[in-house]
Design a protein around this ligand. Structure first.
Ligand SMILES: [Zn+2]
Length: 129
């Protein structure tokens, strides 16, 4: 499991707030992904393209907000287990995150929709990083 400490302070604050708010709403979440290095991102990008597996990302190294510590992915916990297919819970957490001021990947148009993804950019673009 990825560490929230790897995130930028503001993004970490949001992640913790989100976890608290979800808990209040009766839903446990964890954060399987926070910071990725550029090399890790390139590795991930290769999956489903030059390497076997399903496509899991649309961003090359340096193109993802994960590379700058301002994005994190969550997954709902149901009975202590990760539940990646629980659309209802993803939507619920997505709404909570948005109410806190986060951008939710679940709002992105297909095929880039990214249900577990949140980012907080403080108004910056990738170029700024
Ligand atoms: Zn993500």
């Amino acid at each position: 499991m990825a560490k929230l400490e790897l995130l930028k302070p503001k993004a970490k604050e949001f992640a913790e707030k989100l976890r608290d708010e979800c808990k209040k709403a009766g839903c446990d979440i964890i954060f399987p992904q926070t910071l990725r290095t550029i090399a890790e991102q390139d590795e991930l990008y290769a999956q489903g393209r030059t390497k076997p597996g399903n496509i899991v990302t649309w961003a090359k190294g340096g193109e993802s907000f994960h590379n700058f510590g301002v994005a994190f992915d969550f997954c709902p916990l149901v009975n202590g287990k990760l539940d990646w297919n629980n659309l209802e819970l993803f939507k619920k957490v997505g709404a909570i995150g948005k109410s806190l001021g986060l951008e939710w990947g679940g709002d992105w148009p297909k095929p880039k929709t990214d249900l577990p993804h949140f980012e907080y950019k403080c108004g910056f673009t990738l170029k700024d990083f």
